[in-house]
Design a protein. Structure first.
Length: 115
């Protein structure tokens, strides 16, 4: 059983920065895609950023130029700069592909950005 352990998050003001990290509790499998999704109250879960094991990244248009995803094997980090109130959401780490039999999700971490 794989677990995704998230850290980071919290309450910040507009324009400030935060970093999220997520580590998968396995080291012997390669994970193809790791990344972050978020869900704001009353909205569907949406992509924030992902990175493949080969280094290919995908970002939501709303975070391009402000957020940066990085990865070291089965750990993924999201550096979030110039945060806005609309970034307020629960952020979920995700992992899929490679040696994984199914998609995995972290427990979620809350980010709140005050105006």
């Amino acid at each position: 059983q794989v677990q995704l352990v998230e850290s980071g998050g919290g309450l910040v003001q507009t324009g400030e920065s935060l970093s999220l990290s997520c580590a998968a509790t396995l080291s012997f499998f390669s994970i193809d895609v790791m990344g972050w999704y978020r869900q704001a109250p009353g909205k569907q879960r949406e992509l924030v950023a992902t990175m493949t094991s080969g280094g290919t990244t995908e970002y939501a248009d709303s975070v391009k130029g402000r957020f940066t995803i990085s990865r070291a094997k089965n750990t993924v980090t999201l550096q979030m700069n110039s945060l806005k109130p609309e970034d307020t959401a629960v952020y979920y780490c995700s992992a899929r592909g490679g040696g994984l039999a199914r998609d995995y999700w972290g427990q979620g971490t809350q980010i709140a950005v005050s105006a």
